[in-house]
Design a protein around this ligand. Sequence first.
Ligand code: BG6
Length: 310
Amino acid sequence: MATQFEIPGKVRLGEGIGGLRRLEITTEHAFAEIYLHGAHVAQFAVRRQTVGSGYEPVLFLSARSHFADGKPIRGGVPVIFPWFGPREGHPEAPMHGFARTRSWELETVTEQPDGAIAVVLRLEPSDATRALWPEPARASHSPEWVLRHRITVGAALTMELEIQNNGPAPLRCEEALHTYFCVSDVRQISVTGLEGAEYLDKADGMRRKRQPLEPIRFTQETDRTYVNTTSHCEIDDPGLNRRILIEKHGSGGTVVWNPWVAKAQAMADFGDDEWPFMVCVETGNMADNALEIAPASAQITKTVIRTVRR
Ligand code: BG6
């Protein structure tokens, strides 16, 4: 057990579900669980204002999720890289890339002056990733790319995904912080911030459409990739008497997803009746906003998630 990553009373490194290594973080304001598998924030819950009344989950985590090598966790915040959705021209490739199913290295765990805990995890190419996503061969042995995921647990959940290109050529990729939010009932909430934005409607043959000048409401399966939008979003949830603020930086795309009835039934790792209680609002760069990172430079995609009472 690597105790240098532990902070008594605040950070514990141990075995989570399925025997996967997991950090449990408790601060003055919040509780979080981070799996090294996928650098995956599985839980983030904020302390309730009334003394002794526990935590209020902000993220949705399916009771049917897998917790196993090679399989993504269903809920929390999967890290999507280096492609979003199915890989174009490679039907055999895993959906949403490989970052969410690899075990990441824990680099640092530090306490910030304000009591928040910052965790940095790192993923580098391996034979397994090169088999899926070959990059041009390089003369030196240094990795072609390095991913660093910096997660800060405080009153807000801050996630910064950095992609460093160490290769000799531009690195073309897509990525996302595929956040699953916990909601009272998806049919009663609305999502603002995407009014007037253009989107690809995956639930309607990838047709290109434009969001009317009104919030998104959910009345059926919704699977939309909004493009060329740098706006922050907000989930208004009257049932939980809260708004979730989703701030983003370095991101041109936002994906909004709820599987509804039939898709929920088709997913083995998602309960048939769980769909009303989640919505994904995903910060990233995909489709029209796919990245091309120049040699010797880096891209950072950042999202900050906080809740406020309505
Ligand atoms: C969303 C996609 O981001 O992720 C959906 O837009 C997809 O099309 C969903 O169904 C879940 O993907 P997966 O691979 O985790 O089942």
